[in-house]
Write a protein that binds this ligand. Structure first.
Ligand SMILES: Cc1cc2nc3c(=O)[nH]c(=O)nc-3n(C[C@H](O)[C@H](O)[C@H](O)COP(=O)(O)OP(=O)(O)OC[C@H]3O[C@@H](n4cnc5c(N)ncnc54)[C@H](O)[C@@H]3O)c2cc1C
Length: 260
């Protein structure tokens, strides 16, 4: 967003009676926000997408899409270009859903489709599609608050050139698991969570940990597992809260089933 556009947003807000700046403001330019923006553009509404990060994050997050969303992307004409950046795209013969192993081999064809694509690549392609449809993502623009009246929502934004406000008929909170929009709207997040804590790290395995003869990797605290994969997951259980418990918990490691 340019300085002029910011000034224009401020002045439009100053003359709020003249109408909103946008029909829809989307907070968050991740997969959900980008997909919603694309759908709105296809429906004739060009939203303003606010994304607090200046660039698409390189931190590894999602590794792919599973289920009906894959055929849905095909209906939207997006599957070909997404498949081009994927390590796998298509039906799978089975799937591990937690401890439940789903086996589709007895069916004529597998109903479960997988698109194995890193999240940053997915976001990049969705952003390109949005641009083709005339939409933009205001990168480096963070929603910091909002209020609503009978006519519209007034959204406070901090951008590279300072703070400004936008008025919109609708605000969509696509700002992730810790959604500011959800919290400010007073929407709860009831439910329970697992006692397990998952952490992902990117590490360089020292050569001394690799068993040359077999190619296995020796992870301290875990039984060696044969693998040539470069992706690993290690599980460590939170120790029970008793004074006598081991502070290290139990650790095990295994090769992930995802692509290398
Ligand atoms: C470490 C990790 C590993 C994961 N691995 C997998 C996996 O293997 N498979 C899988 O399916 N899923 C995985 N996930 C989950 C997956 O990343 C999420 O399901 C997905 O990111 C949700 O997309 P989203 O668009 O709803 O939210 P997000 O991707 O979180 O996008 C929200 C966006 O909103 C922006 N934002 C937040 N607050 C504001 C604000 N106030 N103003 C403006 N912008 C804001 C953020 O910068 C972000 O870009 C993983 C997640 C993490 C963290």
């Amino acid at each position: 967003m340019t300085g002029n556009e910011v000034a224009s947003s401020r002045s439009i807000h100053g003359a709020a009676a003249a109408g909103p700046d946008a029909d829809v403001v989307i907070a968050g330019g991740g997969p959900a926000g980008l997909m919603l923006a694309i759908e709105l553009c296809l429906g004739g509404v060009t939203p303003v997408v606010l994304e607090r990060l200046g660039e698409i994050s390189v931190i590894p997050k999602g590794n792919g899409l599973v289920g009906q969303i894959v055929p849905v992307l095909d209906y939207r004409g997006l599957l070909d270009r997404l498949s081009a950046g994927a390590t796998y795209a298509g039906p799978v013969p089975g799937f591990a859903f937690g401890p439940l192993q789903l086996d589709f081999s007895r069916l004529a064809s597998s109903p479960l489709h997988v698109l194995a694509i890193p999240q940053r690549r997915l976001e990049q392609i969705l952003a390109e599609r949005l641009a083709e449809l005339g939409g933009t993502v205001r990168r480096g623009h963070e929603l910091t608050g909002f209020s609503q009246d009978d006519d519209a929502v007034t959204i406070s934004v901090t951008g590279p050139d300072g703070g400004y406000q936008l008025r919109a008929a609708y605000l969509a909170g696509c700002d992730g698991a810790h959604s500011q929009v959800r919290k400010l709207a007073g929407i709860g997040f009831p439910g329970i969570t697992s006692s397990e804590v998952y952490r992902i790290g990117r590490v360089t395995v020292p050569a001394a940990m690799i068993i040359r003869r077999t190619g296995e990797v020796e992870v301290p605290g875990a039984a060696p597992a044969a693998t040539r994969s470069r992706r690993w997951r290690a599980w460590t259980r939170r120790p029970p809260r008793t004074p006598t418990s081991s502070p290290r918990g139990r650790t095990r490691a295994a090769r992930t089933s995802t692509a290398r």
